[in-house]
Design a protein around this ligand. Sequence first.
Ligand code: SF4
Length: 375
Amino acid sequence: MFDKLPVSSKTEKILTKSLDELIDVEEANHLMNIKGSELYPLLATADFLRHENVGDNVTFINNCNINFTNICRVRCGFCAFGRDADDDDAYILTDDEILKKAEGAVSNGAREFTLMGGVLDDADIEYYEHLLTLLKDKYPDVSIHGFSPTMVRDACRVSGIDTAEGFEILKSAGLDTLPGTAAEILTDRSRQIICPEKVTVAEWIDTVKTAQEVGIQGSATIMYGHVETLEERVEHIDIIRQIQQDTHGFTEFIPMTFMHEYSPIFLEGQSNLGATGTQDLKLYAVSRLMLGDLIPNIQVSWVKLGFRFAQVVLTAGANDLGGTLGGDELSDASGAPDGVDASVDTLTRMVKDLGRNPIERNSTYTEFYPIEQVF
Ligand code: SF4
């Protein structure tokens, strides 16, 4: 396959190996550093493995983000969304406002509510339990993908219970899946710069494993392009891989490129300008070569990459387009290039133009629904 392509013998050896087994950390680090036309064989290999692992469907979910508050005690250095409680534009949505947003989403076909927001100082487990019952009582068939490991740990501390007990309460109230947010980069060196108030690496791992033991599956994310090294990107993916080998509780892996423009760490001169386009492509491709069918679903974040580049990234090992979103105030505050709300038609057009099959899915990739729109 590679004899006519411009690859070094080391790159060729790694790409050839990846056709039969997952690559190791040293091999991933080599691929993260390749330059020039060696990129194309890497992308072709990742796309081939995507086809082998999951076929030619490109999935997405009709969902709706409900950002219930922007007040946050954590104030991560990369986040342009969080506010202090006494800021003029600080808010906490009322129950009526949440239900109104949910009603609009359901009338538009939403299958999932994504409950995300800031970390409130005094929110206990009953606060999050209330948000779940509010929605589940009215929309029992819509799944809820909600909260972050930092939120749940905080709430359990406020309520004086352990994390497993907290997840049991949330599960009973209707929490279906846990977003793998707060992972950012799983090295304590980078976390000390970008999010010192968030859970540590050990706490993040412990929290997602606890959720999975309780029966709450979830996503794994990486947020890259700020202060971390290329080696730390690989270290992060390797940690996710090790957890998955233990638990098989991750439904998807979501690389999220850092949006620097309005982030405090960039404005203060502490971060990079974000990843370049080829770094984005390599991150996705190397993820496919490291994760294979261990985490078969690799999601493109169109809200962060924009529609055009997201479509290109679907040729670098990814097979999922996330969701229609129906708003995402965290990305909006960071300067989302193509807005924060996509129609099913828009995502379908991107996929069909690639010659692949668009298909709606549920939160856990266990149910699939044909797309009715015709172009
Ligand atoms: S990323 Fe989340 S936890 Fe961090 S400041 Fe923003 S809202 Fe708060």
